[in-house]
Design a binder for this molecule. Structure first.
Ligand code: GLA
Length: 352
């Protein structure tokens, strides 16, 4: 059921506004965003639809196509672990004297590294902002910052800014290179002959489980020993000379090398060099597996099947510890590649 129809059914009238926000797949640049680095996300077709109207003051009635019962919340409530927390947090961007009716339909698998939560918070902030005439909804950077604050301060997820910027700026199929310190970005056109294919490992995770925060702490402690600037300010030579524990050295090596791969990947796109882009994806995956320790054996197997089936490159995408794998293949080889992949890994779900 569409968000519009769900709204009609739940509240007996048509919504005042409808908003669609895409998910994203990150092509290269993992765990660089909270280290002051670069990222290369692309928006994907699976998306979140939000239908919304102004409602009785101080309250939010939130219906979801994915959950049986609607959630009735007060706008001054804290997050309580309910699915509606992300919507409530986003609505709290605006004065609590407003009230809301929201219906939401998400096609993005949650806990999968495809920015389902950022798509909800950004979508709600955009849609609600339009209704109350707030200037915020005109500025993607401000929307992204507000959405990041919902996750960091309301929900308690210590994420960076990549996901919120990606889904606030991009439409499905569009890609950008983003500097996460300045929030400057460049559109990057994916060659029409390329296809990025996303498969789900079947392993779901939440970023507030602790392992994501562990990586942040490990990066922070390496950065402090290197001189106190964000990790991405350092190069591999200064890393060699620094006095770090083995763990800090590996974590820092992933972040610094991953950050270098982002502009290299952008150049590979601009010169339509699929083999080079594929190698950078493979290197990124190896670095996440060996130095950053955020892949799982299932993910490693999917990546290896994707490669042996003929992808130019393949890697885990997103925060890690589960979620999805993205692989690069040529459009003209896509069907044959998928047949080989599905024969070797029949249980692995195709996302897009
Ligand atoms: C999650 C976070 C992002 C980023 C990625 C890893 O998606 O929300 O901010 O840190 O993990 O690159």
């Amino acid at each position: 059921m569409t968000a519009h129809d769900l709204f009609l059914l739940s509240f007996g009238e048509a919504p005042q506004a409808v908003q669609t926000t895409p998910g994203r797949v990150n092509l290269v640049g993992e765990h660089t965003d909270y280290n002051g680095g670069m990222v290369l996300p692309m928006a994907i077709n699976p998306h979140v639809d939000i239908a919304i109207s102004i409602g009785p003051p101080g309250r939010a009635s939130i219906a979801s196509a994915q959950f049986e019962t609607a959630s009735e919340r007060r706008l001054d409530e804290r997050a309580n672990g309910d699915w509606s927390d992300y919507v409530l947090g986003a609505l709290r961007t605006y004065a609590e004297t407003f009230g809301w009716r929201v219906a939401i339909d998400s096609q993005i698998p949650h806990g999968s590294g495809l920015s389902s939560s950022a798509a909800i918070t950004v979508g709600v902030i955009k849609a609600a902002g339009k209704l109350v005439g707030d200037k915020l909804h005109d500025d993607a950077r401000k929307i992204a910052r507000a959405a990041q604050s919902v996750e960091n301060d309301f929900i308690g997820v210590p994420c960076g800014i990549m996901d919120q910027m990606a889904v606030a700026v991009l439409n499905a199929g569009e890609c950008m290179m983003l500097d996460t310190q300045t929030l400057d970005f460049d559109a990057v056109s994916i060659p029409p002959a390329w296809r990025f294919v996303v498969h789900h490992s079947g392993v779901y995770r939440r970023l507030n489980e602790g392992r994501y925060a562990d990586r942040q702490a490990e990066c922070e402690s390496a950065a402090l020993k290197l001189g106190g600037k964000p990790l991405c300010s350092y190069d591999l030579v200064s890393l060699e000379a620094a006095s770090l524990s083995d763990l800090e050295r590996r974590r820092a090596r992933h972040v610094i090398s991953e950050n270098l791969r982002v502009p290299a990947a952008r150049s590979a796109i601009l010169s339509e060099d699929a083999p080079l882009f594929g190698r950078l994806m493979d290197d990124s995956h190896a670095s996440m597996r060996d130095d950053f320790s955020i892949t799982t054996s299932t993910i490693d197997k999917i990546v290896s099947v994707a490669r042996s089936s003929g992808a130019f490159g393949s890697r885990m995408t997103g925060g890690g510890f589960g979620g999805c794998v993205v692989s690069l293949v040529l459009a003209c080889e896509l069907d044959a590649w998928r047949k080989r992949f599905e024969r070797a890994a029949p249980m692995v779900r195709f996302v897009c």
